[in-house]
Design a protein around this ligand. Structure first.
Ligand code: DAH
Length: 345
């Protein structure tokens, strides 16, 4: 038994000497292995009393010496490492600029959305928010969509568990209805938000995207008011040289309706791939609120008129930053997103 114990002390001594200690974390590992309560050495101390009387004294001496050896070894390295760390610190150049802290950044679509909102806020529009899960009435019926309109089709609309009445809004125009139902003119609001369409995902279309809806209803609001607001908006976002043009179009909830193009900000109207050599790119739909819609929402269409504008945020983002594939905006590839990290709004 004595021989065995002696061997153990020798073995532990060899382990102590071979233990590599180069930093504070090694030092802690050393302490756990040789000096902590559960270490083999500590347990050995507990066995002294069991050794035969004749050998107990010698064995006790050896184990205690080993313990002291381990403690000295530890203390010596502790002093060495701590003083090395202090030397190292005092050698550092404390005037050196700190390394940059990486912070998050806004997504380019959020930047664009905020920018659009702030242009309209600057001319008195108020931001409102509304539900993405909507009912048929707010998305279609009150907006004068005929019963058979293709947009109501399951091909275009996501219904909730095939309930014919509850659906994911396909456009933010539903907020026109909510605001006109609940407030009296003058109404001057913008509603930024996400919309959903049951579309195949391609470079140009996605099953969800963002819009900013604008609505102004008051007495004597005219098409000319809308046109001037649109010109101001386009120039604020794309620069003072930007030209706009309105082309007649059709939406069930506006009459007359139009789509607005801006002069291409890439080629400045000369013609390029982005504008398909026309010098113009479409950025939004707009029009005078249809009298049926005003009446559906309880507003007297003989007294009030209004205009509504629907802006596609991804489209504007793609135009402003020359992005040619909408999917890039939703893949969350940091190599793509990092290019926009300097933008903040
Ligand atoms: N809601 C239309 C869409 O999603 C966009 C739109 C067009 C909104 C004309 C409007 C508008 O307010 O006047 O395609």
């Amino acid at each position: 038994m004595l021989i065995k114990k002696m061997t153990v002390t020798e073995k532990i001594r060899a382990e102590i000497v071979a233990f590599p200690i180069e930093n504070l974390s090694h030092l802690e590992d050393f302490r756990l292995q040789f000096l902590s309560k559960k270490s083999e050495l500590q347990l050995l101390l507990g066995t002294i009393k069991n050794v035969e009387v004749a050998q107990r004294k010698l064995f006790g001496q050896q184990v205690n010496e080993l313990k002291q050896f381990a403690q000295n070894y530890y203390d010596e390295y502790k002093t060495k490492i701590e003083s090395a760390t202090i030397d190292h610190i005092t050698e550092q150049d404390v005037t050196r600029p700190a390394s940059a802290v990486r912070t998050g950044a806004l997504h380019p679509v959020s930047v664009m959305m905020n920018e659009i909102c702030s242009v309209f806020e600057s001319i008195g529009f108020e931001i409102v928010d509304g539900p993405e899960i909507e009912d048929d009435d707010h998305v279609f019926t009150a907006l004068n969509f005929p019963e058979e309109h293709p947009a109501r089709d399951m091909q275009d609309t996501f219904f909730i568990e095939l309930h014919p009445d509850i659906l994911l809004r396909t456009h933010t125009s539903s907020m026109q209805v909510r605001m006109m139902e609940s407030t009296k003119p003058p109404i001057r609001i913008i509603c930024p938000g996400r919309v959903y369409r049951n579309e195949v995902i391609t470079a140009r279309s996605h099953c969800f995207f963002h819009q900013v809806e604008t609505l102004y209803v008051a007495e004597k609001v005219s098409f000319a008011d809308m046109k001037q607001t649109l010109l101001y908006f386009a120039r604020e976002i794309f620069g003072n040289e930007t030209k706009i043009r309105l082309r007649p179009s059709f939406f069930p909830f506006t009459e007359p309706s139009a789509e607005m193009d801006i002069s291409c900000n890439i080629c400045k109207g000369e013609g390029c791939n982005l504008c398909k050599q026309t010098g113009w790119v479409e950025i939004l739909g707009c029009g005078m609120v249809h009298p049926n819609v005003l009446e559906n929402c309880g507003i007297d269409s003989t007294k009030y008129t209004g205009y509504a504008i629907g802006i596609g945020v991804e489209r504007m983002t793609m135009l402003k930053y020359s992005i040619n594939d909408i999917r890039l905006l939703f893949e969350n590839d940091v190599r793509f997103l990092n290019q926009f990290s300097a933008l903040s709004y």
